[in-house]
Design a protein around this ligand. Structure first.
Ligand code: SAM
Length: 292
C-alpha cells in the first residue's frame, strides 16, 4: 500500500509538484490527517459491496480511503486544475472514476445506474465545500436517489442545526427538511488542525441514515415545506402571526388559520420552533384545502 496522501508532508509535496494554489471560493480545505479519514470511512460502514459517491475529491485524500474500503468510487470535482493531480495520486486504484462536474448540476441517477449496478448499497461520503453544504445535501435528498445514507464533514454550526430537536435554538426549517428524509447523528467534532489551509469555523462529521418512508406522511410535500419555512420566517413571532403574514391571502384568512391550528391542537400563540415534524405535517394537511 502506498503512502497516504493525507499527511502534511505528502500533501505539500503534491501541491508543490503541480504549483497548486487553494481557491477559497471553492471551499478548498484539504484533510491532512489519516486518522480522521479512517473514522469517516468507518462511520459510513463501507464494505466491498458498497459503492461510494464522493463530492469534491480535492487531491484524493479521502478518495483513496474510499477506494480501499468500498467496492467502487464515483467522485465529482468542479476544479479542472485538480484533474491531472487526481490522475496521478489515484493511479494505484482501479475502482475510482472522477467526473469533472459541478455536483449541483450533475444528473446522478444515470451515473449511479451505470457505475453501481453490481453494488448492494450506495453511500455518499465527503468532506464538503462549506460554501454549498446545504444545497448539496438537499439536492441529494430531494432527487430521491437510491442511496443508503450520507456521511459528511461540514461546519459544526450546520451539523448542530441539522440534528436539533424541537424547542431548542438551533431547531428550524433545515432540521425539519433533513429529518423529514433521514435520521441524523453527529459522529464527531473535528479540530481545525486536520485541514490545510485551516478553515475559520469548527467542523463536525455527521451521518444521515435515509428513512424508508419520510418522517411524516403528508398530502403535499411542497406545501408542507412552504408551511415550515413560513412558520420560521420570524423566529420571535407566533406561528399564527408568521402564517398570517407569510401565506398568500393569509390576512384575509386569519380566522380560518386559527380554526385549523385549534383543530390540530396547536395553540396559535406557540412559536414555530416548538412544533414537531408530526405537528407540522398535520397542520399542513389541515391548511391545504384553504390554500390550494
Ligand atoms: N476531499 C478533499 C479532502 O478532504 O481533502 C477535498 C475537500 S474540500 C473541503 C472540497 C472540494 O470540493 C474541493 O476539491 C473543491 O474544489 C470541490 N468543490 C467545490 N465546489 C464543488 C461543486 N459544486 N461540485 C463538485 N466539487 C466541488
Amino acid at each position: 500500500m502506498q503512502r497516504d496522501i493525507a499527511t502534511p508532508i505528502r500533501t505539500k509535496e503534491i501541491l508543490n509538484k503541480y504549483g497548486f494554489s487553494f481557491k477559497k471560493s471553492l471551499g478548498q480545505n484539504f484533510l491532512i490527517d489519516s486518522n480522521i479519514l479512517k473514522k469517516i470511512t468507518e462511520a459510513a460502514g463501507l464494505t466491498k459491496e458498497i459503492g461510494a459517491i464522493e463530492i469534491g475529491p480535492g487531491i484524493g485524500a479521502l478518495t483513496e480511503h474510499l477506494a480501499r474500503t468500498s467496492g467502487k468510487v464515483a467522485a465529482f470535482e468542479i476544479d479542472n486544475r485538480l484533474l491531472p493531480i487526481l490522475k496521478d495520486t489515484l493511479s494505484p486504484y482501479s475502482n475510482v472514476t472522477i467526473y469533472h462536474q459541478d455536483i449541483l448540476k450533475a444528473d446522478l441517477k444515470p451515473i449511479i445506474a451505470d457505475q453501481f449496478q453490481d453494488m448492494k448499497d450506495i453511500m455518499v461520503v465527503a468532506n464538503l465545500p462549506y460554501y454549498v453544504t446545504t444545497p448539496i445535501i438537499m439536492k441529494l435528498l430531494e432527487d430521491h436517489l437510491p442511496i443508503k445514507g450520507i456521511v459528511v464533514m461540514l461546519q459544526k454550526e450546520v451539523a448542530d442545526r441539522i440534528a436539533a430537536n424541537p424547542g431548542t435554538k438551533n431547531y428550524g426549517s433545515l432540521s425539519i427538511a433533513i429529518q423529514f428524509y433521514t435520521v441524523p447523528e453527529t459522529v464527531m467534532i473535528v479540530p481545525k488542525t486536520v485541514f490545510m489551509p485551516q478553515p475559520n469555523v469548527d467542523s463536525a462529521v455527521i451521518r444521515l441514515t435515509k428513512r424508508e418512508q419520510p418522517a411524516v406522511h403528508v398530502k403535499d410535500e411542497h406545501f408542507f415545506f412552504e408551511i415550515v419555512r413560513k412558520s420560521f420566517a420570524q423566529r420571535r413571532k407566533t406561528i399564527l402571526n408568521n402564517l398570517v403574514n407569510g401565506l398568500d391571502k393569509g390576512r384575509e384568512r386569519k380566522d380560518e388559520i386559527i380554526v385549523a391550528l385549534e383543530e390540530c391542537d396547536i395553540d396559535p400563540a406557540r412559536r414555530g420552533e416548538t412544533l414537531t415534524i408530526q405537528e407540522f405535517g398535520k397542520l399542513s394537511d389541515t391548511l391545504l384545502p384553504l390554500f390550494q
